[in-house]
Design a protein around this ligand. Structure first.
Ligand SMILES: Cc1ncc(COP(=O)(O)O)c(C=O)c1O
Length: 340
């Protein structure tokens, strides 16, 4: 079929593709991999996913590289993180090999939706697992559905790589101190909607959450991890209430390779006053530079950019990570899975 997609202007939204890949866990085992052309699912109205939040997901990307090859970035790390999320809310872990096979199949079958090299767009891969068993009492399911859907998404920085402002709102938490923050489960995102909406209304791109126990340390942004540059060092929060971002993990490696010292530790809010750069990092943006952080309730404004432009370290990290994803520089750590 002939298709004209305006790759550069695609939003970060759902764009229908040809196929999704499904697999069900029943009778204590994963069944056959199925290819579906339907974008709906038919499940029991009492399913645990609908009532008790037994739902988890992942998010990763495939790219068309400079050499025309298709690369999926850090496939195995996403498979491993899904297993941690599944254990966290008593769901059935998806075996790493099954996760990989289904992602690769989804990418291959939807190859015509992989944006061309140079467009800045990519194919977003969204693995999703839900509990199927009907339950009225609060109890885990024993049957699960695992789906891989893919959708092309546009470049994150449409008007170019640029700063945005974020805010701290002390009346909101997205997770509890020993709660579900380190897992990628739907409830965390439901809990962040209210604060996120309020922040957007005030003109901020995201909320920077504080640790929910003491409200002293930085945690992460609604949909991304956080790092700052202080005295030339890359500092990023250590916390068990944040998602272990695979982008952040990759940036830490790249920073060390650039000779930048990396510290993963508690970061007190006030330290922001001594930072020269900050960014939100994740699959969507790589790193999204922050111009200013406003602590709404205390009225403190932290300025993270003197000239309104992304700082030199963030720019270097952004370019380095993108170059690996697009096959422009050698993938010395084996982060890419080439889809053939
Ligand atoms: C809450 C949260 N933190 C961090 C991230 C960034 O993680 P990653 O770099 O693996 O995409 C995401 C997005 O996936 C997220 O939803």
């Amino acid at each position: 079929m002939d298709m004209q997609i305006d790759w550069a202007n695609l939003p970060f939204g759902y764009f229908p593709t040809d196929y999704n890949i499904r697999c069900e866990f029943r009778d204590g085992k994963w069944g056959p991999i199925e290819v579906s052309q339907s974008d709906t699912i038919n499940i029991h109205m009492a399913a645990t996913s609908l009532h008790y939040g037994q739902e988890l997901f992942e998010g990763l990307k495939a790219f068309r590289g400079v050499d025309g090859k298709i690369r999926i970035f850090r496939l195995e790390e996403n498979a491993k993180r899904l297993i941690e999320s599944a254990k966290g809310i008593l769901m059935e872990p998806v075996p790493i090999e099954l996760f990989k096979e289904m992602c690769i199949k989804a990418v291959k079958l939807n190859e015509r939706f992989i944006p061309p090299y140079g467009s800045g767009a990519s194919l977003y891969i969204r693995p999703l697992e839900i509990g199927l068993s009907p339950r009225i009492g609060v109890k885990e399911a024993d049957e699960y559905l695992f789906i891989i859907m893919v959708t092309p998404v546009g470049p994150y920085f449409k008007g170019g790589f640029k700063n945005t402002n974020i805010c701290i709102m002390r009346d909101f938490d997205r997770v509890a101190p020993h709660g579900t923050g380190r897992w990628k489960v739907g409830g965390n995102y439901a809990a962040s909607l209210g604060a996120g909406h309020k922040a957007h209304e005030m003109g901020y791109s995201a909320v920077l959450y504080l640790d929910p126990k003491e409200k002293k340390y930085l945690d992460e942004c609604g949909p991304a991890n956080f790092y700052a540059i202080k005295d030339g060092k890359y500092i990023t929060p250590k916390s068990d209430s944040i998602l272990p971002s695979i982008t952040n993990m990759s940036l830490m490696t790249l920073a060390r390779d650039m000779g930048i010292e990396v510290e993963q530790r508690h970061i007190a809010v006030e330290e922001l006053a001594d930072c020269s750069e900050a960014a939100a990092c994740g699959t969507a943006a790589v790193c999204s530079p922050i111009g200013e952080i406003d602590d709404i309730d205390t009225g403190t404004k932290y300025i993270l950019s003197k000239d309104g432009k992304p700082g030199p370290v963030t720019t270097k990290l952004y370019n380095a990570l993108n170059a690996i994803r697009l096959g422009e520089t050698p993938d010395i750590y084996g982060w890419n899975t080439i889809v053939e």
